[in-house]
Design a protein around this ligand. Structure first.
Ligand code: SF4
Length: 361
């Protein structure tokens, strides 16, 4: 956990990325002449600061907008509104939401992504040398012998043997393929790595290895991670802070321990109650707190609190007034009218960063 404490030291200081009112709305067609008749509000006004050197987890159920948010940050999507203020290596701040093609090239050198599926994200016709070396070639950093040496070094760094440099992805296991993806993401010496469900497709023991690797790489290279996942135990393992997303908005933002042990938003409580517990006594003690119903249609605007249609604690005001994300405890923000009144159940200390990691250990 040394890397984590270093990240915590770092994170007190300087933001590397500040999202201000970020939106990503996808138009829905079907009107006359293909006109939009509405929009899916996948990301709907996100304000979020990512501190240099920290590991920040973004969690929420499928369809909450977390993957779209990650894609906006790496500029796979062009956000439809708001700002993404990125502090570059030299200290200058740029709005990454509006960067043009040429400026994007240097942004993408510093901000890299690791995708979920190590089977689908690697081109089966390319060797490791080509896969990992491609970004170095595209950015004109290395060719020929130098390229080969750099790729070999990257493979060593992620725990793969450099002798495998001319092999194809099919020769590797899922965990090894994810190491290849990580080597590719690290090839340009990034400062911010967005990992989108990077360990979800892996089995439990391999998952722990990859998380350990990410932790070690962070310590070595002063990396900042944005970890997008539906798995709260992964966040518990690696992240010093966590942002909980619901219907395109951040509803809770806090140090991981504080969010897990003392959640301030009913949605976070519901997510935490679903973490699998291997110990049957603890499992019986902890009641699963259900939020009723499915995630509402993100193309329909909900008046009041976006969670009120599913919230067990909703009162009349929740259907009419939208709660703002506001500080409710030291370093802990929540978007609920009644955070101070509710006594929500978290997960107690049973090991790990907060204790909620049975699935990984
Ligand atoms: Fe539930 Fe109301 Fe809080 Fe929203 S504001 S989370 S509906 S109690």
């Amino acid at each position: 956990m040394e890397a984590l404490s270093r990240a915590r030291e770092h994170s007190a200081e300087s933001p590397i990325l500040e999202l201000r009112g970020l939106t990503m709305h996808f138009p829905i067609g079907g009107g006359f002449f293909g006109r939009a008749t509405g929009a899916v509000r996948a990301v709907d006004g996100v304000d979020l600061t990512v501190q240099d050197g920290e590991a920040l987890g973004i969690v929420g159920e499928t369809g909450c907008g977390k993957t779209t948010l990650g894609r906006c940050i790496v500029r796979a999507y062009d956000p439809t509104g708001g700002q993404m203020l990125y502090r570059q290596h030299g200290g200058a701040v740029v709005d990454a939401a509006t960067l043009g093609k040429n400026e994007l090239k240097s942004y993408r050198r510093e901000v890299r992504v690791i995708f979920q599926d190590p089977y689908a994200s690697l081109n089966p016709r390319m060797t490791l040398l080509q896969i990992v070396g491609e970004p170095l070639k595209v950015h004109g950093i290395a060719t020929g012998k130098e390229l080969e040496e750099r790729v070999a070094e990257l493979l060593r760094k992620v725990g793969l043997r450099p002798e495998y440099i001319r092999r194809y992805p099919h020769a590797f296991s899922g965990g090894e393929r994810q190491r290849i993806s990580i080597a590719r993401a690290l090839s340009l010496g990034p400062r911010l790595v967005v990992a989108d469900e990077a360990v979800s497709a892996l089995d439990v023991s391999v998952r722990a290895q990859i998380l350990n690797l990410l932790e070690d790489l962070q310590a070595e290279g002063a990396l900042t991670y944005l970890l997008i996942t539906h798995d709260l135990s992964v966040v518990d393992y690696l992240c010093n802070r966590v942002a909980v997303m619901y219907l395109g908005r951040i509803v809770e933002l806090a140090p991981t321990q504080s969010a897990y042990e003392d959640p301030q938003h009913p949605y976070t409580e519901a997510l935490l109650s679903a973490i699998p517990i291997p110990d049957p006594r603890e499992r019986n003690r902890r009641q699963r707190i259900k939020s009723s119903g499915e995630l509402p249609d993100p193309s329909k605007q909900i008046a009041g609190c976006p969670f009120h249609t599913r919230c067990a604690y909703a009162r009349d005001v929740c259907a009419t007034e939208t709660p703002l994300l506001r500080p409710v405890k030291s370093g802990h923000w929540a978007a609920c009218h009644f955070s101070e009144e509710l006594s929500l159940e978290g997960v107690g200390a049973t090991g790990g960063t907060t204790g909620a990691v049975p699935a990984i250990r």
